[in-house]
Write a protein that binds this ligand. Structure first.
Ligand code: FAD
Length: 406
């Protein structure tokens, strides 16, 4: 058991909550600072629900700039770009383009895979130890491809056939009969039988409830800020008032960049907006397996009696407001792909900002401030990577600083 510290975690999304819980389990006193009345109400609220432990390839890959260009010229495409007079946006996009090559993608996929597998093992332990149900299931994940070249490329990347199986269109339909009508349009699919699904918001509530029962935990509602002190440390303020702590972990999602700026950090984080729909479907119409429609970049996951459909990357969105045109497009795509699982007219829309780094690799590191650590930038995989990222923070607090300081 490491020496007990008094640690403050800023941010009550899935990353901050998992971090706080992991630190409590490691024997520390933990204060969670969250600006909203409750937890998990920003990017962690209604995401795709996929715990995608095997399929972790970052968005930045060879061929993506060409595909993105084609998408940007097509109405209703999965990616939209609004250019802003914002140097941060331009720098982020330039770094993203630099990461769009096979070598960088392979290197970053390997880093993410390691973190994801640690996440899966950690979550298994936490569930076994008695977290309240959060609609967790392990139905496996099927990524279906309509484009033959993209499917061949994905099939070539499969290195362990026990973890990922390459399927023909006919086999895809057998694995998930709800998508059988799509089989004639498919080139094939990759099935990861050990992947999981769950409701991220319920997971946040389950962590909140587990921690509320632990005497070493305290939750504070307030707006945190950081400023440099003179002794190689940073000061934490909550609602402008000094907050005493041994260590602080910044896990404030997309808001982390603003928080870190007064300390001289320009974190390469950008909020990539995405959308979801939650449908209370007709009984017996829901897919069991979670499915990613790769070419449309849409994910489908059954969460209890509901179907969660998530998609789209809007670059240059200023906030997480729901754009009715994007939601109408998502509704139409879902109705085309899985018509029986409606009614889509009554589906609940949502939008959130993925806190994304250009490479897709999160920043989980100590910093030049002795008392500050970052746990930010999980992007499109924040739910999947939450537990592994939290356990990595525990390593750093214990003094295993192998990955260096930011
Ligand atoms: C459409 C969509 C689909 C997705 N699908 C999946 C999926 O299927 N699988 C997956 O793994 N991931 C998915 N993601 C990604 C995942 O949802 C995010 O990566 C994750 O929720 C980020 O969690 P977070 O805790 O870092 O950020 P958040 O959930 O945004 O939490 C940050 C918290 O910090 C708080 N905060 C910010 N500033 C301050 C401050 N100054 N003081 C106090 N509190 C502050 C905020 O209020 C917020 O509660 C999806 C995302 C989107 C948008």
């Amino acid at each position: 058991m490491p020496a007990q510290r008094n640690i403050t975690v800023i941010g009550g999304g899935v990353t901050g909550l998992a971090t706080a819980y992991a630190l409590l389990r490691d024997g520390h006193q933990v204060t969670l600072v969250e600006r909203h009345d409750d937890v998990g109400v920003e990017a962690s609220f209604a995401n795709g629900g996929q715990l995608s432990y095997r399929y972790v390839h970052p968005l930045a890959d060879a061929g993506v700039p060409r595909d993105a260009l084609a998408w940007l010229l097509r109405a209703g495409s999965p990616i939209s770009l609004r250019l802003r007079a914002d140097p941060h946006q331009w720098r982020w996009m330039l770094s993203f383009l630099c990461a769009c090559n096979a070598t960088t993608n392979a290197k970053n996929s390997a880093i993410l895979l390691q973190l994801a597998l640690r996440s899966q093992a950690g979550l298994t332990q936490w569930r076994t130890d008695g977290l309240k149900d959060f609609l967790w299931r392990q139905p496996g994940k099927l990524v279906v491809y309509r484009n033959a070249a993209k499917f061949r490329k994905a099939a070539r990347n499969v290195s362990n056939p026990e973890l990922e199986q390459v399927l023909s269109p006919h086999e895809c339909a057998r694995v998930e009969p709800a998508f059988a009508a799509l089989a004639p349009d498919l080139a094939g699919g990759i099935f990861s039988p050990a992947d999981e699904v769950a409701d991220c918001h319920l997971f946040c509530l389950s962590l909140r409830d587990a921690m509320a029962a632990m005497p070493a935990f305290r939750q504070v509602r307030g707006i945190a800020s950081l400023s440099a002190a003179t002794n190689g440390r940073c000061d934490v303020l909550v609602d402008g008032r000094p907050h005493d702590t041994d260590l602080v972990v910044l896990a404030a999602g997309e808001g982390s960049r603003r928080l870190a700026r007064p300390l001289g950090f320009d974190l390469p984080l950008y909020g990539l907006k995405g959308y979801s729909l939650t449908v209370n479907s007709r009984a017996g119409t829901l897919p069991d397996v979670s499915v990613t429609d790769y070419d449309n970049r849409v994910v489908y996951a059954r969460l209890g009696d509901a179907l969660r459909i998530a998609a789209m990357v809007d670059i240059g969105a200023r906030d997480a407001s729901v754009d009715p045109r994007r939601i109408a497009r998502l509704r139409a795509l879902a109705a085309q792909t899985l018509p029986q699982a409606g009614p889509y007219e009554t589906a609940r829309p949502w939008a959130g900002l993925r806190p994304a780094t250009p490479t897709g690799v999160p920043i989980i590191a100590g910093t030049r401030y002795q008392n500050l650590l970052f746990n930010v930038g999980q992007g499109a995989l924040g739910f999947t990577l939450s537990v592994g990222s939290a356990l990595r923070i525990c390593d750093l607090v214990r003094g295993d600083n192998a990955q260096g300081a930011a």
